[in-house]
Write a protein that binds this ligand. Structure first.
Ligand code: GCU
Length: 127
C-alpha cells in the first residue's frame, strides 16, 4: 500500500510553534519545539489494519547536540528516538523507527526529553 505523510504543522502541538524560516521543509512549514523537556507533537493516524509499520521522521537539527524525543503510541511508551545534529537548520534528514498500530485511529506522540527540546520536525511518513 502507499505510504501516508503527516505534516508536523498539522499535528497537535504543545509547547512549540509552526515556522517556515528554514528552507527545505515539505508542506507549509515545520514544528520548532520549545527548548524545554515536555514539548510535544501528537499525530492522529488511521491504520487500515493492525500491525507493525515503518515510520520515517524528517527533521533538522542545526546544533551538534542530539535532541532525543520519547515516542509513544496510543499512550504507551515505545522508545526514545535520537535526532542528532544535521549540520544546519536547512539540512533535513530522515530517520526510521518501527511502530505497532491498532486497526482504526491511533495517536503517535513525540515528546522532548531534554531541556534543548526536540529538533525542527517536518513530517512523519508511515509505510
Ligand atoms: C534556532 C533556529 C530554530 C530552532 C532553534 C532551537 O533558533 O532558528 O529553528 O528551533 O534554534 O534551538 O530549537
Amino acid at each position: 500500500p502507499p505510504s501516508t505523510e503527516y505534516q508536523a504543522e498539522n499535528a497537535t502541538i504543545s509547547q512549540g510553534m509552526v515556522e517556515s524560516n528554514h528552507a527545505g521543509f515539505t508542506g507549509t512549514g515545520f514544528v520548532n519545539f520549545d527548548n524545554v523537556v515536555g514539548s510535544s507533537a501528537e499525530f492522529a493516524v488511521d491504520a487500515a489494519a493492525a500491525g507493525e509499520r515503518q515510520m520515517t521522521l524528517r527533521f533538522a537539527n542545526g546544533t551538534t547536540t542530539d535532541r532525543p524525543m520519547d515516542l509513544t503510541v496510543n499512550g504507551a511508551a515505545v522508545r526514545s528516538v535520537s535526532f542528532p545534529g544535521t549540520g544546519a537548520w536547512t539540512a533535513w534528514v530522515e530517520t526510521t523507527v518501527t511502530v505497532s498500530l491498532t486497526a482504526g485511529p491511533n495517536t503517535i506522540r513525540l515528546t522532548s526529553s531534554t531541556a534543548n527540546g526536540g529538533p525542527n520536525l517536518d513530517r512523519i511518513t508511515l509505510a
